[in-house]
Structure formats: C-alpha cells, structure tokens
Write a protein that binds this ligand. Structure first.
Ligand SMILES: Nc1ncnc2c1ncn2[C@@H]1O[C@H](COP(=O)(O)OP(=O)(O)OP(=O)(O)O)[C@@H](O)[C@H]1O
Ligand SMILES: [Mn+2]
Length: 269
C-alpha cells in the first residue's frame, strides 16, 4: 500500500488549508495539531470550531456542498483566491470517505453563499422556503407535479410590482413560513396560480400575486417560461430573492439580482 501513498500523496501535499465537512469529534481532534489551516463546514458548529462556515442546507449533492463551503470561506476572508484547498467529506452515506483537492478560483462564484447570507430576507427564512419547495418537488401535490413561485424579502416593493389574481387567503393572518401548519397551507395553495410573497422575517404576506416587474436586462437561461422569467425579473427590480419549483422539470431554482444563482434537484435531498 505504500505505493498508493507514493502515487496519491501529492493529492494532499502542500495545501493551504483543509476543509472538514461536518466532521465528528474524534476525527476533528486528529487535525488540531496540523499546521495547515483547518476550516470546519457544516449545518451547525457542534464542535465550536474556528474558523467555521455554516451550511444553510445539508447539501447532499457534492459539488453544491463544496461550492457553498468554498464561497463562504472566500467571502469571510478565511481563504484567498488561488489557494489550494483539500476538502474532506462524505458521499453515499459514508463517513469522511472523499478527498477533493481544489483551487479556490476553480469555482466561478455561483452566488449560492451570497443567496443565503446576503439576502434581504433572513437566512433561516430563505432556508425554510427552500425546504417547502424541495418537499413539494419531491412529493408533488396529491402525487402530481406542481410548480410554485415564492418571492422572499422586500415584500412592500414586491406587492407594488404585482397585482392580485384572486382574494388573498393570508390577508390579516400573521403566519410564518417554517411553521409546519403553514407549510401545509403553502403546499395546498401551490395548486393555484401566481406567486407567494413572503416578508424578510418570514411572514406570508400574500398568495395569488401576479408579478409585473420590468423584464428588461434579465438574463435567464433559454427554455424557462413565464414563471421563471417573472421570478428573475422581480429580483432585479427589487431586493427580493425568488425560489421557483418548476412544474415541467421538477427542479428548484433560486434567483437573485435578476440572475439564476442555484439549481437543485429535490430528489437529491
Ligand atoms: N408573472 C407571473 N407572476 C406570477 N405567476 C406567474 C407569472 N407568469 C406565470 N406564472 C405562473 O406560472 C405558471 C406556469 O407558467 P409557465 O409554464 O409559462 O412558466 P414556466 O417558467 O415554464 O414554469 P414551469 O416550469 O413550472 O412550467 C402559470 O400558470 C402561472 O401560475
Ligand atoms: Mn411551463
């Protein structure tokens, strides 16, 4: 096996930092005496590690996970562009079974970190809306695929750039996304047309909104229809973030600043 060490040793040699994705305590301990910088990345900082990059979702998709961790570390100034990073993580429900060596500028920033951390809406609210969209994408509504559009944050402005398609079932109610009963309501109402408007703090402001933003300068991938165009455009016209479940391809996409910043397959979560 020493041959393997010779052959693969270069993979781990001379890196600037080591990223441990959700390490367990004993594994993490082994790294504490290391000279290279050790960065812990995970949904929560159970080990009180420093530096730490928080994942807003438990990304099962490897590339999404790595990308988020690295973008987060770049944003926080933990690593610099051009540095060599060794990522230690798991795939296929293993534990610490995967090593990925990357250069931080191998990634053109996707905006995924920015989406959660620098959205006007609270990061937890963005995450909760994502979770509703992912669940809806997995199960559909009564077994049938459904689409849905959630516009999160900057709700006053979003309301000004939209109009009601029907009466608003959330009028005068003070309910928040993340509450299990509210999540059931959101899924029920997703059968109906239009968008949900959600405030920075997660209050459901309205259902059934027809968005009328200016679509000028919005550059979304070809092949996406009116729902996605409206989602992209409203985020260019306001400081909202839009999360869309596509009825036709089943993917969940996020838009911010008029651009597509994240695309995930609910089946992978
Ligand atoms: N401007 C808009 N504001 C709010 N909802 C919209 C808007 N445009 C379209 N929708 C909603 O999106 C639904 C689907 O429209 P369309 O098929 O053109 O979008 P799409 O981007 O192809 O989405 P999907 O992938 O889900 O089919 C419409 O029935 C409507 O409920
Ligand atoms: Mn369509």
């Amino acid at each position: 096996m020493n041959e393997l060490r010779d052959l693969l040793g270069d993979l781990v040699a001379d890196v600037d930092s080591v990223f441990l994705f959700s390490p367990n305590a004993s594994f993490f301990e082994g790294f504490e005496s290391l000279d290279d910088e050790v960065v812990v990345v995970g949904p929560e900082n159970a080990l009180d590690a420093e530096p730490f990059v928080e994942l807003p979702l438990d990304f099962t998709d490897l590339e999404g996970r790595l990308r988020f961790g690295i973008e987060g570390a770049l944003e926080q100034g933990i690593v610099d562009e051009g540095e060599e990073v060794l990522c230690v993580t798991e795939v296929l429900d293993g534990t610490e079974n995967t090593l990925v060596r990357v250069q931080t500028n191998d990634f053109s920033p996707s905006g995924v970190y920015d989406l959660f951390v620098n959205s006007r809406a609270e990061a937890g609210v963005v995450r909760d809306v994502f979770e509703v969209a992912i669940e809806l994408g997995k199960k559909g509504q009564k077994g049938k695929p459904v689409g849905a559009l959630f516009v999160v944050g900057d709700a006053g402005k979003v309301m000004n750039k939209s109009r009601p398609l029907s009466y608003n079932p959330f009028e005068k109610s003070h309910v928040h996304v993340g509450d299990p009963i509210v999540n059931v309501m959101l899924k029920e109402f997703s059968r109906l047309d239009g968008a949900f408007v959600i405030s920075d703090a997660g209050k459901i402001v309205s259902a059934y909104r027809y968005l009328e933003p200016s679509a000028e300068g919005v550059d979304i991938p070809k092949g996406l229809g009116a729902r996605h165009m409206a989602a992209g455009a409203i985020t260019r016209d306001t400081n909202a973030t839009a999360i869309v479940l596509s009825e036709s391809d089943g993917l969940v996409r996020a838009f911010k600043g008029g651009e597509l910043v994240l695309e995930i397959d609910p089946e992978e979560y």
